[in-house]
Design a protein around this ligand. Structure first.
Ligand code: FAD
Length: 378
């Protein structure tokens, strides 16, 4: 049986290993952390990601543990809709729903799919060196392993990308994101919707991930330095937003709010080299403005597993990039622009933006989502 090595047990690495094991490969997934600790946040698995999980046989488990979302809404600060994307037609067309779920629960579901030999925790890759028939992997523990086929799913700051590939710039969007989950009972009308309220240089999104459990995220721009923003002031930053939003913030244990800088990878087409292929954020990190980063990583995993089943690895990697590149780079670019538009600060431009969003015909939004939800190979 052919062994394929994977660096990183995030959503990309775990999904990659599941897809490969199902196709008869043996996998070794090397993860730097000692245990997979759940981040106190949720995630939205859009229709395209759920199609992949359906093909991998885990759709039902994810649906049972999460909450379906049938409408994606952009609103003003008072939760008045500027645009509403009804997902019913996509649910019908592709046979799956968009699911909001706690990240920790998703990670557990994915790990449960793997055979016990696959996941190798406490394996931080420090050095990768080319040999005549593959690569030598040197881990922090002093262990050394030979690898003939390597998939790097080690995220935005990928050490594999840094050591083997030409430099790709990380772009900082100058936005801070706070994420949290809270025990909160949303009014019924919001229970199967994602609502993202846009204000002035900031926005707030919330979604139910299980009964009486809400995941929320709040983003705010800074001018020069992220130290301009302080989590202790979060209630003040969103004091002009709807009382529901203020209640969600107040009900959250501050100790469990996660803070992240928003960045992506400058669009590039260097995803593979000899025996090594990058997937997920390691290849094409996307700003979270379209909720597609993990979904694209999941699509990568499935497509690459199909290519490795059909072709020798060097052809498989090339074919994988051919199949995925156009869609992914369009999303990276679009998502970056949406992040800028969402954080306008000029009142005139904000008013113009909101009018344009309201006037955008549903058919245009529908066409766009159709392209996002269509998965090659499914
Ligand atoms: C605020 C926010 C909200 C988001 N919301 C959504 C959403 O709703 N839907 C969506 O689809 N996407 C969303 N995303 C994007 C999504 O989180 C990422 O695209 C996704 O997690 C990337 O998965 P990955 O496995 O490629 O990388 P990562 O999640 O970064 O995983 C990389 C793994 O590799 C390990 N690793 C790193 N270096 C090493 C090393 N040297 N040796 C061994 N292991 C290593 C890490 O510990 C980690 O486990 C969001 C992102 C942000 C910032």
């Amino acid at each position: 049986m052919k062994t394929i090595d994977i660096i990183g047990a995030g959503i990309a690495g775990l999904t990659m290993a599941i897809a490969l094991e199902q196709k008869g490969f043996k996998t070794r997934v090397f993860e730097q952390t000692e245990s997979i600790k759940p981040l106190g946040a949720g995630i939205i698995l859009a229709n395209n990601a759920m199609q992949v999980y359906k093909a991998l046989g885990i759709q039902k488990t994810i649906e049972e543990k999460g909450n379906y979302i049938s409408s994606l809404n952009i609103t003003n600060t008072n939760l008045k809709a500027l645009s509403k994307i009804n997902l019913a037609s996509f649910e019908h067309k592709f046979g799956v729903k968009n699911i909001a779920i706690h990240r920790g629960i998703l990670q557990q579901i994915l790990m449960n799919q793997l055979p016990s030999y696959s996941l190798k925790l406490n394996h931080k890759l420090e050095k990768i060196t080319k040999t005549s028939n593959g690569h030598t992997l040197d881990f922090k523990t002093g262990k050394t392993i030979q690898s003939s086929t390597l998939i790097a799913a080690d995220g935005l700051n990928s050490i594999v990308r840094q050591q083997l590939f030409s430099q790709t710039n990380i772009r900082n969007a100058k936005q801070i994101c706070w994420r949290g989950t809270t025990d909160y009972s949303l009014p019924i009308k919001y229970q199967h919707e994602l609502n993202e309220a846009w204000g002035k240089s900031d926005r707030f999104g919330f979604v139910q991930i299980a009964k009486n459990k809400v995941y929320w995220y709040a983003l705010k721009s800074y001018k020069r330095n992220k130290k301009e923003l302080d989590l202790n002031n979060i209630k003040n930053y969103f004091s002009e937003y709807s009382t529901i939003i203020q209640d969600i913030i107040s009900s959250t244990n501050k100790e469990q709010i996660h803070t992240a800088d928003i960045s992506d990878l400058n669009p590039n087409n260097h995803w593979y080299k000899e025996n090594v292929c990058l997937i997920g954020d390691a290849a094409h990190a996307i700003t979270p403005n379209m909720g597609q980063g993990a979904c694209q990583a999941i699509e990568d995993a499935y497509t690459l597993s199909e290519c490795l089943t059909k072709y020798q690895k060097n052809i498989a990697f090339k074919e994988f990039q051919n199949l995925r590149l156009k869609k992914v780079l369009q999303l990276v670019k679009k998502s970056w622009i949406i992040g800028k538009i969402a954080h306008l600060s000029n009142p005139f431009l904000i008013s113009l933006r909101n009018k344009i969003i309201k006037l955008t015909p549903a058919s245009i939004n529908k066409k766009q989502f159709n392209q996002i939800f269509k998965v090659s190979h499914l």
